[in-house]
Design a protein around this ligand. Sequence first.
Ligand SMILES: [Zn+2]
Length: 116
Amino acid sequence: MSTSSPTIPAETARHVLWLYGAEGGYQPGTFTQRLMAAIEAADVINTARLRAAFPELVDAIVLAGNSRDGITRLQEAAGITVAPIRCTRCQGEDGPFTDERLCEPCAQPMPLDGVA
Ligand SMILES: [Zn+2]
């Protein structure tokens, strides 16, 4: 098993982004859609078998499914720059955000006179 990080082609990255409903995704043909479904459903042994035939697609799906920044890395592989979500009040990038796109401190502001 290779320990080097996979190089995922842009087209493969876009197909897997589509699978995960992520920005930059591009719907592949029927064969690739069904292949991706098979990879998602595969156990360890069948994943290894599928990787032998479709290494880039398997690695991209594993990356997206098991890595916290997997979607971001696929978007980078696809050459997509996704603007970070920013708080509408302080412009901070630290989530989570409310439905009004406010970060937690801005959603629950401390009184300015310091009396909590
Ligand atoms: Zn804020």
